[in-house]
Structure formats: structure tokens, C-alpha cells
Unconditional design. Sequence first.
Lengths: 44, 643
Amino acid sequence: LSIELAERRSSVATLAAWLWVVAMMLAYLAQFAAYVRPVLALLG
Amino acid sequence: VTVLVGFATVLLLALACAGGGRAMLHAIGLVGKLEPRLVHPVAFVLGVGLLGWLTFFVALSGLLAPTYLVALVAPGLAGLALRLPQKPTEMVAGRRDLDPFIVIACVLLAAIAALDIVQAMAPPADADTLGYHFALPKQFLTAGHLVFVPRAVDGAAPLLLHMTYLVALGIGGETALTLWVALLGWVAAWLFYALAREFVDRRWALLLVILLVTTPAVVYGSGSGQLELKLSLFAMVAGLAVARAMRTGDWRFAYLAGLAVGFYVGAKYTGLLFATVCGLTLLMQRRWLSHGVIYGLVALVVGSQWYLWNAVNTGDPLFPLLYDWLGAKHGYWSAEIAAFLRSQWVPEENPAPRTVFWLLAYPFAATLRAIENWDSGRTGLGPFGLLVLPFALLGLWRFRDRVTASPLRSYAVIALVFYVLWFFSATSQRVRHLLPIYPFFLLCMTVAAQRFVRERGLLAPLYGAVFLTLTVQSGVTAVFNLNYLRHLASGETREAFLRRNVARYAPVPWLNSHLTSHDRVLVTERQLVYHLDVPSFTASERYEYLVDLVPGSSDPRRFLAEISRLGITHILVAPGLSDYAAGMRHFGTTALVGYTAALVAAGCGSVVHSEIMTAPRSRTVPTLEGNSVSSDVVAVDTAHCRL
């Protein structure tokens, strides 16, 4: 049981860590939304 | 040919700095005390500082001809003959398998370096760089000697690094200068790698280097004359020396810290904050007195030259910061402009209140919001710090009993205390001003996070954070350099490039072709100064008082007397006089255009040329809407003046 609990805790920690990383990256990128079109136009 | 001369000059400077710095390390007796991987970059940094320090005296003596500059640099080459500690035998003899990860990292770094070289082939276009980082060395070279520029913020400032720019420009011309500033950025990356290897393996050290060189603030500033990344050279050597002084008790490391801090102090006023921080850190140990005295004396001797220069010229070593107490010689400053600068500059450069709340909130706000006067967003520090924050904090808590004994402690203390002092000091809150301590921040955060995730089996999210950051930042690096790639590939002319990239550049070609070295043009757009090949004077309502343009001043006769004293023959005004009469206004030029209109009305001048000046909102993304304003060049003629 303790192994199972530890595994579950580890999966939750991993999921939380991924959520943080992805959420913060999206929050960071959100400030550049206005640049998407001009940059795409530049590349196009 | 100019490109070859540029490369040859930078090679000469690099070898001379490496040799000169090696000689310094030998003289201090530290060559054998540093790991081989640290000796070369530390020596190089000392060589750069020494070059800047010595050039001050050469410039002061009026010996700014290329021959003298080569003679100044050449002895540094002799230092290359000095012996260095050998690498451990197994490192030399043992062939390691090629690690694909390291190969990929090296290829990425090589690609970024190639882009930096492409950028260095284009004319400089950054406004601060054109306004003073490159303009002052050019001005000194033209004059043949050091010239005191009584301007706040960007004139009467410590110029130790600018002196190295001067040497590059004086010997090899503009390409040498742009290559030299790019090289200094890569020396910072090299030194950072060497520092990081004490705590992490090669893979992580390379990752850290890539994270550093793709940081938006670094991408933006490393190929220009902007100082902050270059200052991290001195900051890293000082931090290393402080840490080693505390660990080993060896006074020679305190001496090295004093040298590096002295160079930092000589290169920027914020070096005074950094000197305080390193001094305080050195005091937190058993040999605090002897180390403190050695450090203080060396830093004072090395760092004081520009402060003495200011004091001799104005009476104020920090001109014009101490005006309220010391005044200023020669009418260089007044109570009115001091009050005006304080009332305008401080709130503009400090959008966040200096409170404990904002001390804590600033890093988050500066990461997640593009605030103009912070230069966050496009030219900020990137997302990595935020992404790894919880891992690093948990690591700090998990290994809290080891923190006090950790060799990283000194770096963490220096970074943290510098940040606190900087935030409360009312200097500019622009994010890039944190770049000198950013390597320490990156290193401490990454090591704490890495130790924690390794123990908890959470490596994948940390690798994910690194991967996402590198993907975004590499994209930023590529997009930023498109402008320079297109310039090089299309064979675009220098003038066309400058018209596209330098704000309100339009009148410069006309001024260069119609004025001579006997003329002097008054401008308010400082980014025009470097590309002007004729004498100029940069007027400002807040940074200089030789021409009084403080709002509320209204005496055209005094204005005429002031510009006559300066030998001004032409005035570049924006908006043009007819638009001004129709009610149009431009930022910070109202008094000047008003005076100029009065001169023309009184027959003391006439409009000789008109242009529409355009400023791109972004050099990187030209499709973003820029702004335009009319301009007139007015020739001053006092022969029939009725003022």
C-alpha cells in the first residue's frame, strides 16, 4: 500500500509540475499575442 | 578589406587581453589557485578591464592616434608567453565518446555566434549605442583626446568599457567595434560556462549558456554598445573571487575581487551598488578586516579614475547626482534643471513604487507584462526563472541545512542583495540592468531546482521547462536576426539600412553632405549623433544645461548667446517650423523649436532643408506601425539678426 501511495503521490507531483510549467509558459507568451501576426507576416 | 581589418583588430585585442590578464593573474599569484577552465576567461576579463583602465590615461594624454593605440595593446601579447597550469593528465589523454547532446548544443551555440557575426557586419542601429556608447569614443577619437561631456546619465558617466570600444574603433574602424562588442558577450558566456562547471555537469553547463545567450535582453543588447551583459564579466569574476576568498581565506582573492569590482565601478555608476554588495559579503567571514581593507583599497584605486575626472571638471564626482550638496562648476547645472530632471526622470524610470510589495512583485510583473519603461516583454529576461521557481524553492527548503556551507551561497547573497539595493536605489527599473547578476541567478535557481527534481524523480518537467524556454528564446533570437540576415543577403546599402532602422535618421545624409568640419549642428535626437560625420551638440531639456531648454525658460537672446558660445551653425528641429506654428508638438523639443522659430522670425536664421523623419516602432518587426514627424534644418546667421 505504501508503495502504491508513494507512486500516486509522485504522479500527482509530476502532473502538478507539468501544469505549472505549461501554465506559466502560456501566461508568459500571452503578452506577445499582438506580435503573432506581424511576426508571421515577417516570416511569410 | 574593412571586414578583414575588423577581424584582425579584434583578434589582436583578444590576444592582448588574454595575455595582459594572464600577466595580472601571475602578478597576483593566482594562476595556480584557479582551475584551468577558469584561468583563461578570468584572465581575459582582467585584460579587458586593464585595457579600458589604461586607455583612460592614453586618452587623457591626447594620444588617440592608431599608432599609440596599437602600442598600448601590443605589450599584452607578451603575457601569452607566461605558463599556465596544465590540465590533469587524464583529461588530456583520455578520449571521451562524442556526446550527441553536447554536439547539438555546440551546433546551436555556433549558429547563434554566426548570427552575432552577421549582426556585427551591419551598421550599429541601437539608439543608446548611437547616442553615446559608440558616439563618445568616436567623438574622443575625432578630437584626439578625452573630452568632458557635461551631460547627465549618458555624458559624464564612468566610461571604462567605452575606452575598450575606443581602442577597437580607433585601430580597426566600425566593423572592429561591432565585432568587439559581440565578442565581449561571448566571453561572458565562456566565463559563465566555466563558473557553472563547478556545480553542474557539461550538459547542464551548456544548457545554462544557451539559456543565457538566448535571453531576450541578451539578444537585444549583446551585439550593441549596451553595457549590462559586458558588466556581468566583472560581476562574475568579482563573485568568484569573493566566494573563493571566503572559502580559502586567501587574501589574493580579495585582491582579485577588488580589481574586478573596481573595473565595474569604472564602467557604470551601478558598480557602486555592486561594490557595496561584494564588500558586505566579504565582511561575513573570519578574515573580514584584512580582506575588507585589501578589497576596498584596490577597488578604490582601480575604480576611481572617472569619478576624479568628473570631480576635476565639475566639482561633482557623480555629476550631477550630488548637485544639491556640491554644486557644479562652469554653470554646467542649475537648481532648475536638477529639480526638473528629478521630477521627470525618477517617476519615468521607476514605474513601480519602491515598496516591499513591489520588491517581491517586480520579477513576476517584469516577466509576465510588457511594461515600456521596464523594457520587459520583448527585451526582458525570458520565462525560465518563473518556470523553475517552485522547483528551486522546494530545493532550497529540502536542502536548507546545506545552504550555509554551499559554495553557491556567495553568488546567491550577491545576486539577492544587489537586487534589493538596486530596487530601492531609485536608479532605472529597466530589466536589463539586472543582467550583470543574471548569471548568478540562473546558476543558483538551476542548481537548486536540478538537485530537487533529481531526488524526487521530477526531471521530466524541469527538462520540459528548459526545452520550452529554449524553443521560445531560440525563435526570438532567429526573428531578431532576420533583419541583419536580410541586410547582408540583399546587399542593401548602408544608408538604406540606417533609414529603415535608425529612428528619424532622414536628415543625416543631407547634414553629412552639406555641412563641414567647421560647422556644428544642434540636435535633440541623440540616436543621430554617431552617424553624423560633422560636429554636433546634443541639446536636451533635462540632461544638459549648456543650452537651457528647461520648460518655462523663454529668453531667445540667451538662447542665441548659448548656441553662439558652442559654435552652433545649424539647428535640426522637429516638428518643422510651419507645423510648430500650426500647433504640432514633439516630445521634449517645444522650447527648442520655439526658440528657433523666434530666431528665424528675427532674421537670425533660415530654413535650409526639410525632411519627414520616421521612427520604426520595432527594428525587428517593421510591420508594427512607426511614427513620423516633420523636421527643418535651420542655418544660424547672426549678420542681420534683429533679436
